[in-house]
Design a protein. Structure first.
Length: 366
């Protein structure tokens, strides 16, 4: 009897092992499928329909700006003949509750003049009435339509006070701007149109400027190579509508002493920011001047010398430029439009995929 019991035990053990081998993997596979299906169900519950804004402002990792790229991706340029500018006759008028703010600015300027100090210069400017983009019939290339109205610098300064509260307790931002549609704004809040240029020397160095501490708007911030505001007096000489490419060439001459035959100029994009500052973004590659040559040129005299207090030269490589922009002493000191300009300039040279890959790698290493 003892031998029979031992034999039965051995047979039972063998049968148990066979069952384990035969059924363990199917059970594991079934459990894995069940767990995967459950995970997908949970994720599906979490990923119900969501909505978000169609427009997002420009950012790279921890660097967030208020710049909104309205037209252009950097890869292709917008030709000069595709930009149409029209100037309307009626001058901008501020609402009655904001008109007093302009009077305050005018009174401050008169006080400075009476004290023998430098008054606020009230230059003639333009406000953006509307900006539209269409496409050519066959190639679907962009065609830009910009409509402007006359205004001045005092009106611009008054309109910059978007969060100031008049007697009723509201603000111009809450009354006139729509968060869901950042491109909808009255012309009196859009009294600024500028050109910004990313200048690259012939030895492939990106020129980065720091605004002087003596300028009224955004002193000390790091900025594009060239930044020039549209002037109704200078850019519309002979009563012609201003030309944004001519504006960029004027900025190159006044801020870096460069003449049109010394560089190749391309319009990459048009942007807006939360304070309704419009900008045409250009890239200019110097044909012969290296960093040393540009520094020598500027040492011989620059028309707008006082606008910049420091100039850096950064190798025009995606990782180098992005690392520079994200430096601890730079990341919070950029003019809002500048990081987008440098990104677009990199894309224009290297293409979107390599630039975005380099940006992601730099962000991961931080």
């Amino acid at each position: 009897m003892g031998g029979i019991d031992v034999a039965n035990g051995v047979v039972g053990a063998v049968l148990g092992m066979l069952c384990a081998v035969l059924f363990q993997q199917p059970l594991q596979d079934g459990w894995f499928r069940l767990r995967t299906r459950s995970t997908r169900v949970v994720r599906g519950l979490r990923q119900r329909e969501e909505s978000g804004p169609a427009w997002r402002t420009f950012s790279i990792g921890p660097l967030h700006t208020s710049a909104l790229i309205v037209e252009g991706d950097g890869e292709s340029s917008i030709p000069a003949e595709a930009v149409h500018v029209r100037v309307l006759d009626a001058e901008i008028e501020l609402p009655s509750d904001m008109d007093g703010w302009r009077a305050e600015i005018e009174a401050e300027s008169e006080r400075l003049r009476a004290e023998g100090r430098t008054p606020l210069w009230n230059g003639p400017r333009y406000a953006v009435e509307s900006f539209d983009v269409s496409r050519t019939a066959l190639e679907e290339q962009p065609v830009v339509h910009l409509r402007l109205r006359p205004t001045d610098y005092y009106t611009f300064l008054a309109a910059q006070q978007l969060d100031r509260r008049p007697a009723d307790g509201t603000t111009p931002r809450s009354r006139y701007l729509t968060p869901d549609d950042p491109l909808r704004a009255p012309a009196f809040l859009q009294c600024s149109f500028a050109v910004n240029v990313a200048v690259v020397t012939t030895d492939d160095l990106l020129v980065v400027s720091q605004r002087s501490d003596r300028v009224r708007m955004a002193p000390g911030v790091w900025n594009s190579s060239v930044n020039e505001g549209m002037s109704r007096h200078i850019d519309s000489s002979g009563r012609n509508a201003p030309d944004v490419h001519a504006m960029a060439r004027r900025g190159m001459r006044e801020e870096l002493s460069l003449e049109p035959h010394e560089y190749a100029l391309e319009l990459l994009a048009v942007l807006d920011v939360d304070k309704r500052h419009w900008s045409a973004h250009f890239c200019a590659r110097l044909k012969d001047l290296t960093r040393e040559g540009l520094q020598t040129r500027m040492s011989r005299g620059v028309a707008d010398r006082w606008e910049h207090q420091t100039i850096d030269y950064v190798p025009l490589r995606p990782a180098a430029v992005v690392t520079y922009m994200l430096r601890a002493d730079r990341i919070h000191r950029w003019a809002p439009l500048t990081p987008a300009l440098f990104h677009l300039a990199l894309v224009h040279v290297y293409g979107r995929t390599p630039v975005e890959r380099a940006e992601a790698q730099v962000v991961r290493r931080m």
